[in-house]
Design a binder for this molecule. Sequence first.
Ligand SMILES: Nc1ncnc2c1ncn2[C@@H]1O[C@H](COP(=O)(O)OP(=O)(O)OP(=O)(O)O)[C@@H](O)[C@H]1O
Ligand SMILES: O=C(O)c1ccc[n+]([C@@H]2O[C@H](COP(=O)([O-])O)[C@@H](O)[C@H]2O)c1
Length: 198
Amino acid sequence: MDEQQKHIGIMGGTFDPIHCGHLLAAEQAREQAGLDEVWFMPTHIPPHKKRNSLTLAKHRLQMVELAVADHESFFVTDIELRREGPSYTYDTIVDLVSQYPNYRFSFIIGGDMVQILSEWYQYKELIRMIHFIGLARPGAELDKGNNDEVVTFVEMPVWDISSTLIRNKAAAGKSIRYLVPDAVERYIKENRFYEHVE
Ligand SMILES: Nc1ncnc2c1ncn2[C@@H]1O[C@H](COP(=O)(O)OP(=O)(O)OP(=O)(O)O)[C@@H](O)[C@H]1O
Ligand SMILES: O=C(O)c1ccc[n+]([C@@H]2O[C@H](COP(=O)([O-])O)[C@@H](O)[C@H]2O)c1
């Protein structure tokens, strides 16, 4: 076990696919919150998403690995992909805290997630164990009012980019260049993902 103390930012997501908005959010959180590392964590089953079919977990994971490969402080964990059922953050944090007792964990979320945070599974227990780092997102203005003890807000250029946008553009045969890293774009094309909208 690593005895060194570190502050880890967990960037959880469905990542279908990972896009440059995720990377920008993680980088701004890393710098402004002084994180030692960011761990990107693809979900097995996202608790609050209503989509019927996700891209296979091994491909979502591979796209995340390609996207973060050249950043010295970005890493990937498959901890949720190895667990059956919905990927509740509470269950994951319990596991992480017991595996890495010397690390401090914060969870990075966009404004859409900040708005529904109090609905998360075991919310009261969860906020005793970890702190959240929130970033603005179009359509989800951040209410900084009552959240101060739970969420630290960091600045980022608000960017109207989502995995839905990428899937829709790919399905329409439009360019996704610069919206996702080059290696991710190549992987999407090679595997012919998102050629049809769900
Ligand atoms: N453009 C963005 N700016 C800030 N945060 C973002 C942005 N895109 C995603 N996030 C945050 O990244 C995390 C993971 O997001 P997720 O993988 O669900 O991507 P998404 O773009 O929201 O996907 P979809 O369009 O399929 O719903 C969430 O906390 C989300 O709020
Ligand atoms: O634990 C919960 O109740 C919960 C509810 C909604 C979202 N999350 C987590 O928040 C992260 C972003 O979720 P999503 O749906 O935007 O991919 C991802 O790691 C989810 O597992 C967690």
